[in-house]
Design a protein around this ligand. Sequence first.
Ligand code: F6R
Length: 614
Amino acid sequence: MCGIVGYVGQRPALELLLGGLERLEYRGYDSAGVALLGGDGSAVRVRSVGGIAALRDALVRHPDAEALRVSTTGIGHTRWATHGRVSEGNAHPLSDETGRVQIVLNGIVENHDALRALLVAEGARFASDTDAEVVAHLVARRLDEGGLADAVRASLRLLAGHFAFVAATPDEPGTLVGTRRACPLVIGQGTDEPERYLGSALVGLPGELAGAHAIEDDEIVVLDPLSARVLDARGRPVTPRRLALGARQLRAERTEHESFTLAEIAEQPSALRRTLRAAPAGPGLDELPWVSLCAARRLTIVACGTSYHAGLAGRYLLERWAGLRVEVDIASEWRYRDPSIAAGDLVLGITQSGETADTIGALRMAGERGAHVLALTNVPGSQVTREAGAVLLTDAGTEVGVAATKTFVTQVALLAALARQLGAARGVLGDAQAERLDDQLQRLPAVVAAARAAAELPIARAAERWSHEPFFLFLGRHAGLPVALEGALKLKEIAYIPSDAYAAGEMKHGPIALLGEGTPVVVVATESPVLDKLRSNVAEVKARGAHVLAIATEGAAGVIADEADELVLVPATDPLLSPIPAVVPLQLLAHQIACARGLDPDRPRNLAKTVTVE
Ligand code: F6R
């Protein structure tokens, strides 16, 4: 995902910008660049394909290395190519042909082709395929009319799409102008006054911050070392929303671990503890519209990827504990099929990043139809928190690995806390049941730690044996099904192995044809009313010669063990909470196989941490 950083102050900007870009690296990118303004009315731009290390090399070799080092105003960008191939020419910052305006842009300007054609007709020459260059030309053409801020505001009116951009010009050294529409942009105030930052994410602003604010859609911020003036689309001053600095979550350190992903798998107990700290209420639950939730008959959950799997696991909890009828849908499907949603309905979007375009689009549509919109996210102040009437926050910290791990377990845990709370309020759970569930929720961090310890050795062995397999099948039933889906997603995503996940009862309707001698089949067995049926499904799989690894909770192991070739035991918890510990061996399996295949589990190919592009 693209990242923006800007700095204006008295300190040399370059290291601060590079530090900010490094903090955003985990989101994925394929090229990077910076532009720095000189006091002499010049701008120096350096870009490179590859990582920040490649950009640092290019900076050292640059003929203007000294000017770059002393400049105190600059912008930087990490680019994730969506339109136009990965190349230095398409890397940001982009400028007009004179170099008077430098632009870093996230998101997409949807009408950039039409605007480009108009500009070309006026004689503009383009050097890249990007929409950012179109914006640079538009701003440059308006610069003489009233300065950078007016030029940005006038250009903004011409743009369609969802984007955030920051503009700089050597005509106004010591000034940056930023704006956004549906993509995030935040302002930070450094502790070393006078200085200000701009960025696409709070986590990407380098150094200590004394305060931070959010810019809303179509607002413009004019930043100089002493002030950040925020103006609405008509140029009237507005007071920006203050952001809690706790939102600037720090990322896990790799320390002794092979990768950030492994560090984050190991960190899951503390992520759960933080998220459930206020259990049984859980962070944010107090703010929910209880009246609507308590009266509701049904809840629609929309999400993508791993968050969708968390929603599927949450469905069992919310149906059983809270007595709600729950539908779970893929946001990118739900929003385009004219779903039956009406005023007063409840729609919950789950998105760890808070920025996923389809989930946000689905919630916006629900809100427009009068539904109560709730969001469950890991990032306070993210876009989804602005779309929702109430927000549930996980506290997993920043997840550096592209594959979601600790955010998944905290999402399910928070849905469980919500289900328990609602169940008591709606009279579905009695006092004794509620107390028992509170106890189970409190014990989750220890259960997850024990699940990892128990899985390490058998999973290491399985990864060694299976690292060259061309295909895996994952099976589960009931609360084990979302875990099977998540296991297959992790294996595809970080080990690049084609894999499928199925409700085990569906095997006989076609997928069983995939099985042959030695095919690896991973079965997730949890205590459920269909555990015996799962055992029969596994027997059928075995009869085709497949090699079965069972991930079984303590209560389910006795039923499934003699059908499995190998068993990984998951410590006991409430059966509906079991997806939380049961996913751990599958996260480890994908990670260990990726490492055995010589892959980088933190940065899968073709994937970015945050998907803001539709
Ligand atoms: C998988 C993964 C993705 C995300 C999906 C949704 O490991 O990370 O499938 O879960 O892109 O992202 P969020 O939760 O940020 O909406």
